[in-house]
Design a protein around this ligand. Structure first.
Ligand SMILES: NC(=O)c1ccc[n+]([C@@H]2O[C@H](COP(=O)([O-])OP(=O)(O)OC[C@H]3O[C@@H](n4cnc5c(N)ncnc54)[C@H](O)[C@@H]3O)[C@@H](O)[C@H]2O)c1
Length: 361
């Protein structure tokens, strides 16, 4: 019988509920503490979610003084950095919500502290647990496409702008690019084996978020609702990345990998104004190739499954905690995505291409 794990949750908003529910599916585990910076909010969360054994805190540092095996960090993006550093230094294994951070410096430092302390830093990208995302990665890595030279990823919601902490620069750091762009970027980079990004030329805007016609909190909207970038990687790969929370268009296209021998197209699943971006499930996978010089395409049958991807990511993390690592989705990998997001924000502000330099980890 494995030992009972003691888990803490830092940040008790929307996604913390999904964490609590996913932990609740697992045996030999107790949520022992919840912290939220808003006084009384953690206690309210504990009462509402029926976490009978959990203590409530208004300061995450007090929670970290407890004897806990691991913590889930579910704060808005800007608070990811300090809470993660404090948790790692307190010797807790960390499940951190996406995006890892806002700036590259933060992501690098978080990874270094994980290495230094030996505590695990795992970033929670549940789409990685979709068997069809795994299939995409395996197809790309099989070599069937030949030399991959161009990738297009991202997508667009016709109307799907969040509210609250997501639209404030001091809390979210940025908008659609770090919120939903990070998923399609992760899918593409993971399939490519995380090549090193070299430069990015980006554009962003917020014509919808700041317009009261489209957003109920338009006067408080401080981040981008649309972004597009050309990213150069080592090995002569370029990527066209685009993302929108709102637009007057049905789609910004699929994810595509163009190779010298074949091409692969992946469409996102889902319908309706909040869909159109890859944020969990794959809609279709098509391989474009020639047979006897004939242009041909093959629909790759999707793997039918009933997995709850969020539960899978928490289950995998807990297993890694029990086995004392390694992190299923380690900071070292995600630093490369964060370098792109950081470059994106710098380039969009400067309105020119910027170089990306990732320090030694
Ligand atoms: N993986 C997913 O599917 C998914 C979905 C939604 C959100 N997220 C991510 O989860 C994070 C939180 O999103 P949310 O929707 O729960 O936001 P939210 O605003 O609903 O909740 C965040 C909570 O954190 C608290 N908080 C802020 N700073 C804190 C600090 N220093 N210490 C303790 N608590 C603090 C806030 O008071 C709030 O209650 C974001 O980074 C978001 O990108 C992931």
């Amino acid at each position: 019988m494995s030992k009972q794990l003691r888990i803490g949750i830092i940040g008790s908003g929307g996604i913390a509920r999904a964490h609590a529910e996913a932990y609740g599916q697992l045996d030999n585990l107790v949520i022992a503490a919840v912290a939220d910076i808003i006084p009384g909010k953690a206690a309210e969360f504990i009462a509402q979610t029926g976490l009978a054994e959990a203590q409530a805190f208004d300061d995450h540092r007090k929670l970290l003084e407890l004897d806990l095996d691991a913590v889930s960090i579910c704060t808005p993006n800007v608070a990811h950095y300090q809470t993660t550093i404090d948790a790692l230094r307190a010797g807790k294994q960390v499940m951190l919500e996406k995006p890892m951070s806002v700036t590259l410096d933060e992501a690098v430092h978080m990874t270094q502290v994980a290495k230094e302390t030996g505590a695990m830093l795992n970033i929670g990208y549940q789409p990685r647990y979709d068997p069809n995302t795994v299939l995409v990665r395996d197809l790309v890595q099989s070599g069937q496409l030949g030399k991959i030279y161009y990738v297009e990823t991202g997508g667009g919601r016709r109307r799907g702008m969040p509210q609250g902490t997501f639209i404030r620069k001091d809390l979210a750091g940025a908008g659609a690019v770090v919120d939903i762009g990070t998923y399609s970027l992760d899918m593409a980079l993971n399939a490519l084996g995380f090549p090193k990004p070299l430069s990015v030329s980006a554009y962003s805007s917020n014509h919808f978020g700041t317009n009261p016609l489209y957003h109920p909190q338009a006067s408080a909207f401080e981040v981008e609702d649309f972004g597009v970038a050309m990213i150069r990687f080592e090995n002569d790969i370029v990527m066209n990345f685009k993302i929108s929370w709102a637009m007057h268009m049905d789609t910004l296209g699929a994810t595509m990998f163009l190779g010298t021998d074949a091409g692969l197209k992946i469409t996102p699943a889902g319908t309706g104004p909040w869909s159109g971006v890859f944020d969990g499930r794959v809609g279709s996978i098509t391989l474009y190739h020639d047979i006897q010089k004939h242009n041909t395409h093959s629909e790759i049958p999707l793997i039918d499954h009933k997995l709850n991807l969020f539960h899978e990511k928490v289950r995998d993390f807990v297993q890694a905690v029990r086995e004392n690592g390694p992190a299923p989705i380690p900071g070292e990998q995600i630093v490369r995505s964060q370098a792109i997001l950081d470059g994106f924000l710098r380039s969009a502000e400067l309105k020119r291409e910027v170089e990306i330099h990732i320090p030694e980890l």
